[in-house]
Design a protein around this ligand. Structure first.
Ligand SMILES: Nc1ncnc2c1ncn2[C@@H]1O[C@H](COP(=O)(O)OP(=O)(O)OP(=O)(O)O)[C@@H](O)[C@H]1O
Length: 649
């Protein structure tokens, strides 16, 4: 649905370099800022000529340029001039290219022009939200039929591009726009992202690493050519991430050691946990498209559709009402203030050691009193630099970027894609360099508060020291017994991959509570039995000895134990036997916390291409935030940013 001016979403977005409302650009009047990407700003505007609301995208790579006086842009450093111009040419190229295509799911370009040392692209003003925003409002993964409707539209747009010998190369959850009513729309081609190139090779290629296939890092290697299969990988990664409610592992990391949980396993787990079922053809098509090697994926949109057994548009696709089709899975943003629902995350790591380490991290974070707000944790701006490999993250001037999605790769690692069969969207053969600032406000998996199905977050609370002391013995026994059991179990179900750290601490079953009164050691043992199927729940279970019911029960026991009145008048005065000493379980020493490898150690296996990304990801973990390399990189980035701001050209 294309919005009228009154229907357009209210914008709460702001940016220091944004054009203020009321600014006139030709016949258009800026009304509000709608969104900010790494390379442009999108405004809601009013077309005074045709009397309709439109969206205008302004080329504005905020890492390279700022707003001079008036509407003009100035490039911060003369050394970035060429980069800026390459991006500008590419932006115009993308506008020209998009204007040629006509598909309801491909953003339409009404008009574009260059002025003020930048360029503008006028598009329909869509009303709705991005796929990424929508996912944050779902209680569970969406059903297959819903995903098929989205896929059908996006695949249609991709087919048009591919037929025109053009690849999208930038498919991600924030580039798929779900209209309030109507087919989903692919927002842009990310041409500027791919085409900005710095002659000094200081700035670097930017990819949305969680969605980019491995061939987008390649230097035109014959085995790693880009083609329709590359866009299919990104699209399948969007679906994988959607089911997991988390970003998929970057292809570079997968290529070193593929720890990404297979899609079939994800689907099985989602079915078991949420009761949402996906058909075999659907699973097969997504799984195959996520193959690391390009040749193992479906080679065309048709091949993908065939695998998915989708021969015609799912019913109701044209008037797709994405909220309505979700039924009670959908939660209106107004009912859930903040960035969205905090929903369970399907863990995308399969290695038990990793899962255990992540559990340990989450527990340490809680133990350290790290606050986990429902809205997530702001990631500090940072830059990781190891041996010249640069990863940049976070920036003061970004409004709604996604740190987890984009990584800057140092020029030394940058590759140029030049595939003669599929053009760069802007007709620029260079794959580009640029910068993208981002602030990741999302909580990391396993550090999130996991919501109950009704969206109520369950907070993990710190116990008082007394309580902790009393509980230590029982919890230690529970944990070690459960751990032993887990270690011994070779029959663990293969699809147990959902991890919910904040599962509400269940009250122990009555039998255990009762036993706790009699014998804490026996209670611990009973708890272990009860917990054997879920070691995490066992670990977080309150110690049975702390069950409040014990207080009122004690007198009852004392009453029962009192001697009956003597039947005869002979009174024998006997000292009552001394009460047995209270059985206090010897508190076992807390096992030393597992040592967290430093970012460098954790990334020792990564090759030069994947290392910066790996280090960056390590530095996002709260436990690593104070590591020297993370602190240094943050400082370096901030200093660089300050220098850039202070240096006029
Ligand atoms: N035609 C439109 N109608 C309504 N909103 C839009 C439109 N185009 C873009 N937006 C909003 O603006 C945001 C930024 O747009 P877009 O993704 O095109 O910017 P970008 O600079 O290309 O970002 P990036 O390249 O980093 O993805 C979008 O997420 C969306 O919310």
């Amino acid at each position: 649905m294309i919005a009228s001016s009154s229907q357009a979403p209210a914008s709460g977005v702001s940016h220091v370099d944004a054009l203020p409302p009321g600014t006139r650009l030709a016949e258009f009047e800026i009304l509000a800022l709608l969104g900010v990407g790494g390379f442009g700003m999108v405004y809601k505007a009013f077309d005074h000529s045709l009397h309709r609301a439109v969206a205008i995208k302004e080329y504005m790579p905020s890492a390279l340029a700022g707003r001079a006086q008036g509407q003009s842009l100035w490039v911060r450093s003369s050394s970035d001039q060429q980069t800026f111009q390459a991006g500008l040419a590419s932006f115009v190229g993308e506008a020209r290219l998009l204007a040629q295509f006509d598909h309801p799911s491909l953003v339409k370009v009404f008009r574009f022009w260059e002025a003020n040392n930048t360029a503008y692209m006028v598009m329909p003003l869509y009303s709705g939200m991005t796929f990424k925003q929508a996912r944050a409002q779902m209680r569970t993964p969406p059903p297959e039929i819903w995903l098929r409707k989205v896929l059908w539209s996006v695949l249609g747009a991709l087919r048009v591009l591919h037929d025109g010998k053009t690849l999208h190369r930038d498919i991600s959850p924030d580039n798929i726009f779900l209209q309030d009513i109507g087919p989903p729309v692919l927002l842009d081609l990310g041409a500027a992202r791919h085409a900005i190139n710095d002659q000094d090779r200081k700035h670097t290629a930017v990819l949305k690493v969680n969605y980019a296939p491995i061939e987008q890092y390649s230097d035109g290697d014959e085995d790693l050519r880009q083609g329709p299969w590359s866009d299919l990988y990104s699209l399948a990664a969007v679906v994988h991430g959607c089911l997991c409610n988390d970003t998929p592992l970057p292809a570079t990391l997968r290529s070193i050691r593929d720890r990404m949980v297979s899609f079939s396993r994800v689907a099985r787990t989602v079915k078991r946990q949420f009761g949402v079922e996906y058909s075999a053809p659907f699973v097969a098509a997504i799984a195959q498209s996520l193959a690391l090697k390009p040749e193992d994926r479906p080679q065309s949109i048709d091949a993908f559709l065939q695998l998915m057994e989708m021969t015609s548009a799912p019913e109701g696709s044209e008037h797709f009402d994405f909220r309505n089709d979700l039924g009670d899975i959908w939660v209106e943003p107004a009912d859930q203030p903040g960035p969205g629902l905090v929903t369970p995350t399907v863990d995308v790591t399969s290695a038990p050691s990793i899962v255990a380490e992540m559990h340990a991290q989450a527990q340490r974070a809680t133990g350290n009193g790290v606050a986990h707000e429902a809205g997530g944790r702001a990631t500090p701006a940072g830059e990781a630099n190891v041996g010249g490999d640069t990863v940049m993250l976070g920036g003061p001037d970004t409004v709604a970027a996604d740190a987890g999605d984009t990584v800057f790769i140092d020029a030394g690692d940058t590759v140029v894609v030049d595939d003669s069969r599929y053009d760069d969207p802007a007709g620029d053969p260079k794959l580009g360099n640029t910068t993208r600032h981002a602030s990741d406000h999302r909580p990391r998996p396993l550090e999130r508060e996991i919501a109950r199905p009704h969206g109520k977050a369950v907070k993990t609370t710190r116990r008082s020291p007394v309580v902790v002391w009393l509980g230590v013995a029982v919890v230690a026994v529970v944990v070690s017994a459960a751990g032993l059991r887990w270690a011994q179990s070779s029959k663990a179900p293969q699809d147990d991959i959902i991890t919910e750290m904040a599962e509400p601490p269940a009250a122990p079953p009555p039998a255990v509570m009762e036993t706790a009164l009699q014998d804490p050691a026996a209670a611990a043992s009973a708890a272990v039995d009860g917990a054997a199927s879920d070691t995490v729940a066992a670990a977080s279970m309150p110690a049975p000895a702390l069950v409040p019911a014990s207080a009122p029960r004690a007198p009852t026991r004392a009453r029962r134990a009192a001697p009956e009145p003597a039947p005869t008048p002979i009174v024998v005065h006997e000292e009552p036997p001394p009460p047995p000493p209270p059985v206090v379980a010897e508190p076992k020493p807390r096992p030393p916390p597992p040592r967290v490898p430093s970012p460098q150690e954790a990334c020792a296996d990564a090759n030069f291409l994947a290392r910066p990304m790996c280090i960056h990801q390590e530095c996002q973990k709260p436990s690593q935030a104070n590591q020297t390399i993370c602190v240094e990189n943050r400082r370096r980035y901030e200093a660089d940013e300050q220098r850039r701001r202070q240096t006029p050209n």
